[in-house]
Design a protein around this ligand. Structure first.
Ligand code: F6P
Length: 329
């Protein structure tokens, strides 16, 4: 048994915002690591909303048995409007204080961390964030929990669409998730050999899109696949189809929106290992006295980022990958 070095004796853990495959593996790692370090754990259901409403359960190591392979989150998730208010956060702080909870571990994305940052500043609460979102848009970690699985789910679907696109010599616009960032769109586009990728990070010129597609026609491409991030400023795949369909009648244009299938499913080995590392690290750094931070993995090593820095900007796409997608299309 490793002895704690700080005063942290009791922690709470919650999942918040859009769920991502591997969140359960992260919850498991937090509970198991806390158990090993002799720290009590409260599970909080329904994210910040449950924190406000007092949905706490004291749990032991068995609570997280047999969940590492499951998508979703056994703690449930929510996007809480009440936690955006001072009143809501005050209630949440009282719930923690009433139970003598020393620290809160939050698993989620940028919205979750923004809330955690405000909360810990207002109420002097120890908070550690674990990045879990399929969007991969958090700085301070090479990858977020769930991104790898979502990428492979999208890719698997797109490979199937490619078969039928080829058989019927059609053009497909496939929309993938990514409200503000194009990580899933860019990497699926490279991995499936898409003809084009439309990303929120780049301005999309419809005339340019049309002219590139026409050039492909000239090159005798008989089917084509365009990956569109939902957050692209064209308004997504359906709107893009409206804008270009009359110019490409010969392609029998089809739209496929992959949607929430990208959020579920069995987490990949990569996501399970990442979640296990980050969950255990979150507990360890709390015991070492860190607070108001996010744990991440950069170049295969643990990285601690202040929460205010983690929420200060979105992670940027790798420009070299954008160029690669264009080179190889
Ligand atoms: O943040 C993850 C994400 O899946 C985004 O890619 C997407 O825009 C959003 O959540 C969808 O949220 P909801 O499930 O609340 O509609």
């Amino acid at each position: 048994m490793i002895e704690p070095v700080s005063e942290v004796k009791t922690i709470a853990v919650l999942t918040s915002g859009g769920d991502s495959p591997g969140m359960n593996a992260a919850v498991r790692a937090v509970v198991r690591a806390a158990w090993a370090y002799n720290v009590e754990v409260f599970a909080v259901y329904h994210g910040y909303q449950g924190l406000i409403e007092g949905e706490f359960e004291k749990v032991n190591s068995n609570f997280v048995s047999n969940i590492i392979q499951r998508g979703g989150t056994i703690l449930k998730s929510a996007r809480s409007q009440d936690f955006r208010t001072e009143e809501g956060r005050k209630k949440a702080a009282k719930q923690l204080k009433d139970r003598d909870i020393d620290a809160l571990v939050v698993i989620g994305g940028d919205g979750t961390f923004t809330g955690a940052n405000i909360f810990s500043n207002e109420h002097d609460i120890n908070v550690v964030g674990i990045p879990g979102t399929i969007d991969n848009d958090i700085i301070g970690t090479d990858e977020t929990i769930g991104y790898d699985t979502a990428l492979n789910t999208a890719l698997d679907a797109i490979d199937k669409i490619r078969d039928t696109a080829d058989a019927h010599e059609r053009m497909f616009l496939v929309e993938v998730m990514g409200r503000d960032t194009g990580f899933i769109a860019l990497e699926t586009a490279i991995a499936c050999g898409a003809e084009l990728a439309l990303l929120p990070e780049e301005l999309t010129d419809i005339n340019e899109v049309k002219s590139q597609l026409k050039n492909m026609l000239k090159e005798q491409k008989r089917s084509s696949l365009i990956v569109v991030a939902e957050g692209d400023e064209t308004g997504g795949a359906l709107k893009l189809a409206e804008k270009i369909k009359d110019d490409f009648k010969q392609y029998d244009l089809k739209v496929c929106i992959l949607g929430h299938i990208q959020r579920g499913g069995t987490p990949s080995a990569h996501d399970r290992v990442l979640a296990s590392r980050l969950g255990a690290a979150a507990v360890k750094v709390l015991l070492e006295g860190h607070s108001e931070i996010m744990v991440g993995i950069v170049n295969n090593a643990l990285k601690i980022t202040p929460m205010r820095v983690a929420v200060s900007k979105k992670k940027a796409l790798d420009h070299a990958l954008i160029e690669l997608a264009k080179l190889l299309r």
